[in-house]
Design a protein around this ligand. Structure first.
Ligand SMILES: [Zn+2]
Length: 415
């Protein structure tokens, strides 16, 4: 549908934030202009003399690139070899992966991760933040994903988080391997404080992780309070550390499912603290709706961070896919609109404005969490002509019949 030339005009596009269709002019890989569509006369393009090929989108949605803010490229597509997660819990997933990962070669990880990237690109994803396990003596993931990041830089911007899956303090090798991974060029430092032996160790791991991050000038993305424990306070501990180091906007808190069980009084105290810090949040609704609440009788908790309240408070908030066909989540397509679909269900974001918000949680809000420079992202004149065109012509269709992709465009060219 999109011509393989450097300049063209897309007529009658639906975009977020505009009630009427627009014409998007692309010149040399950048967006040159976005103007309200003039009346279409006979479908031939007559009367439009832009000196470039004209494509009529007939009202189809054009979204900026989808942004994956929380993924695990090292474990993707591994479920056929790890064995099934019988209990459906986070802890059994960690145990299955721990038993399997030592046998994995860098080549295997690279091939599976690359297969996933082709799939994600076809759905319009052009940014992926992936955690890479550095626990035990597992170094193959770091080697594989650093190579993939370089090979794929012109298709998908990948950033990597050094992730001590078995606990930063609990695993005696974790700090050594994590520092090695950062020396190799891994971008961010991760952690998993709720998987340390107790609350004090969780807090100690956070303190050490921030000391390393501050010393190296890197950002932090923690798997944080991915439990149903209403008393978990690692998120608060992380925010206090971030503020102490003046690193608030450099912190992302992933999951935060424990806050789905927290009291209203605690949320009233914590959410303003989080918002003031500038830290961002990623909820992973596909996986957490399946992992959480497993120990509950009825009523059963659903394991979702309070994303509507975060967004209302101004916290940069995204939905991630997290896992695809691995020991934590045996199914999944890698389509971020699936994550948004599940997110809007669990968070009950069904109002007209909330459907738009759910899409933003995998596009422009997610780009803020990722840290994409403002000038490098979005449907705005002067920015790269990178976008995905959907079959849908309105927001309800995006989440029902119209999720099919018509075209994915990167810097003006169809991919
Ligand atoms: Zn994760």
């Amino acid at each position: 549908m999109v011509p393989n030339v450097s300049s063209y005009l897309l007529r009658h596009a639906t975009i977020l934030g505009r009630s009427a269709c627009v014409d998007i002019k692309v010149v040399d890989g950048s967006i040159a202009s976005i103007k309200p569509s003039e009346k279409w006369v006979d479908g031939s393009g007559r009367g439009i003399d832009e000196g470039v090929p004209v494509v009529d989108l007939c009202g189809r949605f054009v979204l900026p690139p989808l942004v994956e803010t929380h993924f695990h490229l090292d474990s993707v597509y591994s479920i056929s070899e790890t064995g099934p997660n019988e209990s459906g819990t986070l802890l059994e997933g960690i145990a299955l992966w721990k038993n399997y990962k030592q046998r994995l070669s860098a080549d295997q990880i690279y091939r599976r991760a690359e297969a996933f990237c082709w799939n994600a690109l076809g759905k319009g994803t052009q940014f992926i933040r992936s955690h890479v396990d550095v626990a035990g003596n597992h170094r193959a993931g770091v080697e594989a994903l650093l190579a993939l990041k370089e090979t794929w830089q012109d298709r998908i911007q990948i950033e990597l988080v050094a992730f001590p899956q078995d606990g930063f303090l609990r695993d005696s090798q974790a700090e050594k391997n994590l520092l090695w991974a950062l020396d190799q060029g891994i971008d961010l430092i991760g952690g998993i404080p709720h998987h340390e032996v107790d609350a004090a160790a969780g807090a100690a791991s956070i303190a050490r992780i921030f000391a390393i991050a501050a010393e190296r000038g890197i950002r932090v993305d923690l798997h944080c309070d991915e439990t149903d424990d209403a008393g978990a306070r690692n998120a608060e501990e992380a925010v206090k550390n971030a503020v102490g180091y003046e690193m608030g906007p450099r912190l992302t808190l992933s999951h935060l499912t424990a806050l789905g069980s927290a009291s209203a009084e605690y949320l009233d105290r914590f959410i303003p603290m989080l918002a003031d810090s500038g830290a961002s949040v990623v909820a992973n609704p596909l996986i957490n709706i399946t992992l959480q609440g497993r120990a509950d009788a009825y009523p059963k908790r659903r394991g979702m961070a309070p994303v509507k309240e975060f967004i209302a408070a101004g916290v940069p908030t995204a939905f991630g896919h997290d896992c695809v066909q691995d020991p934590w989540y045996a199914i999944g397509t890698g389509d971020l609109l699936d994550a948004a679909f599940m997110g809007l269900h669990v968070a009950q974001m069904t109002g007209p404005d909330e459907l738009e918000t759910a899409v933003r949680c995998v596009t422009d809000y997610a780009a803020r969490v990722f840290g994409v420079p403002e000038k490098a992202y979005g449907l705005t004149p002067g920015r790269p002509a990178s976008f995905v065109i959907l079959e849908a012509t309105n927001l309800p269709e995006v989440f029902s019949s119209g999720r099919k992709r018509v075209a994915v465009v990167r810097r003006g060219k169809p991919v």
